[in-house]
Write a protein that binds this ligand. Structure first.
Ligand code: BES
Ligand code: ZN
Ligand code: ZN
Length: 440
C-alpha cells in the first residue's frame, strides 16, 4: 500500500474520533466497515457517486479529527472515478459569514502499488479539472454586487497561462442591454493555444452578472436568483482553466459578453428597435429576454473575427427549459448531428446529462417582426420558449458552422441535491466539455 494523495476539507463543525473508511468491491455494497471503523454502506456501483457520498459523509460527521485514511483497494479506473467524486463532493462556497471558524481535515487515500507510474499524473489531471469546475461554481454563487462584469474579467485574468482581452463595448446588443447599468458592458475574450495547427473551437458564454429583467422588471421571487445569470460565462472560464492547467492539445477561444441588466433612465425600453453587431435589426418587446441579444453579438464575433467552424454556447437562457427538463438535464440545440451526439455521449459519461430539443422553421417563424428583422420574444401563444430562444440564436449562425447551444438555466444552480451535486451551483458543463474536448 502506498499513500499518495492528500485532500483537504474545511469542516465547520466540531468533530470527535478519527474515521477509517474501507472501500472494497463486493456485490452491492461497495463501502463497508471493519471492527474499528465507521460503517458506510451504499448500493451505488458508480465510484464517482460513491466518492461524492464519502465526501458528504465526512463533512456531515460531527467528529473532531485531523486525518482520515481511505483504503482504496480497487481497480485503477474505479479509483480515479472515486477520487474525482471525493473532490467534487468536497466543494464548499466560502460564504460571507463573519465567523470563519472551522478546520481543515486531511484525507489520505491508500492505493495499491500496482496502479502504475502514471497514477499521480492522472490524479493531477482530475484535480485540475475539478478545481476548474470550482471556479465556475464559485462565480455562479457570488452575489451580483461582488461579481460585476469588470470583476468577472479580473477572475479571467487571474488564470495563469490564459491570454485574456477585455474590451468596453459601445454598440450592438451588448451595449443596448448593458447601457441601463452603471457598470460598463464588456466583451471578455480568452484564448488557449494547445494546438495552433487546428481551427479553433469557440466557446461562447452568457455573462449577465445580474438580470433584473431591465424595464420589463422581474417579480421579486424570480429576481432572487439572478446572480447566477453569468453561469454560461463561468462555464466557459472553468473549461478554459481546465484546458490551460492540463495543457490540452486544442485551440480554444472563449467569448463572453458581460453586462448587468438593469432598469434606469438610460435603459433599453420595450418597443425599441436595435441594431445588433451583425447589422440585423431586432424589435425588443421584452427587455428580460436579454441573453439572446448579447449572445447574438458574441456569435457574430466568433464567426467574423475568429472564423469559427465549431461553436458551443452556454447560457442560463430561459426559465422555460426548467419547465421542460427540470434541474437534471440541460437543453441541447444543434444544427449538427455529429456534434450533438458527441456532446450527448460526453454528458452521459460524466453525469452531466443533456437532452436534445428540436429546431424547426415553424418555430423560427414565431420570431418574425412586422417592423424589424426579428423580435426578441415570440408571438403570443406559441409556447416552446426555450426552442424559440434557440431559433433566435440560430439566426446569427451561418449554416456551415457546427453549432451547439446548451440552455443551462435549470442546471447551473439547482435547488435540490442531485447524485453528484451537493451544493447549489453545480459547475455543469465543465466536466462535460472537457471530456468532449479530450476524447475527440
Ligand atoms: N436569465 C433569465 C432565464 C433564467 C430563468 C435563468 C431562471 C435562470 C433561472 C432570462 O434572461 C429570462 O429572463 N428569460 C425570460 C425570457 C422571456 C422574457 C421570453 C424567461 O425565461 O422568462
Ligand atoms: Zn432576462
Ligand atoms: Zn437572463
Amino acid at each position: 500500500m502506498l499513500s499518495v494523495l492528500n485532500l483537504n476539507f474545511k469542516i465547520t463543525k466540531e468533530r470527535g474520533d478519527a474515521l477509517l473508511f474501507s472501500v472494497k468491491k463486493s456485490e452491492d455494497n461497495l463501502i463497508y466497515r471493519n471492527e474499528s471503523s465507521i460503517e458506510y454502506f451504499t448500493s451505488k456501483k458508480d465510484y464517482l457517486i460513491i466518492g461524492v457520498e464519502v465526501a458528504k459523509y465526512i463533512k456531515k460527521e460531527n467528529k473532531s479529527l485531523s486525518d482520515i485514511c481511505i483504503d482504496c483497494s480497487m481497480e485503477k479506473e474505479d479509483f480515479l472515478k472515486f477520487y474525482e467524486g471525493i473532490l467534487i463532493g468536497s466543494w464548499e462556497y466560502d460564504n460571507h459569514k463573519t465567523d470563519k471558524s472551522g478546520k481543515n481535515i486531511s484525507v489520505n487515500l491508500l492505493i495499491n502499488q500496482n496502479m502504475g507510474n502514471d497514477i499521480e499524473s492522472k490524479a493531477k489531471e482530475i484535480s485540475n479539472l475539478i478545481e476548474a469546475s470550482f471556479l465556475t461554481r464559485k462565480l455562479v454563487e457570488m452575489p451580483g454586487n461582488l461579481l460585476t462584469p469588470s470583476k468577472l474579467a479580473e477572475y479571467a485574468k487571474n488564470i495563469d497561462g490564459l491570454k485574456v482581452e477585455v474590451e468596453k463595448i459601445n454598440h450592438g446588443g451588448i451595449w443596448e442591454v448593458g447601457k441601463g447599468s452603471s457598470e460598463d458592458p464588456l466583451l471578455l475574450t480568452c484564448e488557449w493555444n494547445g494546438d495552433s495547427s487546428e481551427d479553433p473551437i469557440i466557446l461562447v458564454g452568457k455573462g449577465v452578472t445580474f438580470d433584473s429583467g431591465g424595464l420589463s422588471l422581474k417579480p421579486p421571487r424570480s429576481m432572487e436568483d439572478m446572480k447566477c445569470d453569468m453561469g454560461g460565462a463561468a462555464t466557459v472560464l472553468g473549461i478554459m482553466q481546465a484546458a490551460v492547467k492540463n495543457k490540452i492539445k486544442k485551440r480554444i477561444i472563449g467569448i463572453m459578453p458581460c453586462v448587468e441588466n438593469m432598469p434606469s433612465g438610460n435603459a433599453l425600453k420595450p418597443g425599441d428597435v436595435i441594431t445588433s453587431m451583425s447589422g440585423k435589426t431586432i424589435e425588443v418587446l421584452n427587455t428580460d429576454a436579454e441573453g439572446r441579444l448579447i449572445l447574438a453579438d458574441a456569435l457574430h464575433i466568433a464567426q467574423n473575427k475568429y472564423n469559427a467552424k465549431e461553436i458551443i454556447d452556454f447560457a442560463t437562457l430561459t426559465g422555460a427549459v426548467t419547465v421542460a427538463l427540470g434541474e437534471l438535464y440541460a437543453g441541447l440545440f444543434s444544427n449538427n448531428n455529429e456534434l450533438a451526439n458527441k456532446i450527448t455521449e460526453s454528458g452521459e459519461m460524466v453525469c452531466e446529462p443533456v437532452c436534445r430539443l428540436p429546431l424547426h422553421e415553424k418555430y423560427d417563424e414565431l420570431m418574425n417582426s412586422d417592423i424589424a428583422d426579428m423580435c426578441n420574444i415570440q408571438k403570443p401563444g406559441g409556447g416552446a420558449g426555450s426552442i424559440t430562444a434557440a431559433q433566435f440564436l440560430q439566426r446569427f449562425v451561418n449554416s456551415d458552422v457546427a453549432w451547439a447551444h446548451l440552455d443551462i438555466a435549470g442546471v447551473a444552480r439547482t435547488s435540490f441535491n442531485s447524485a453528484i451535486n451537493i451544493n447549489k451551483s453545480t459547475g455543469f458543463g465543465v466536466r462535460l466539455i472537457y471530456n468532449y474536448l479530450t476524447n475527440n
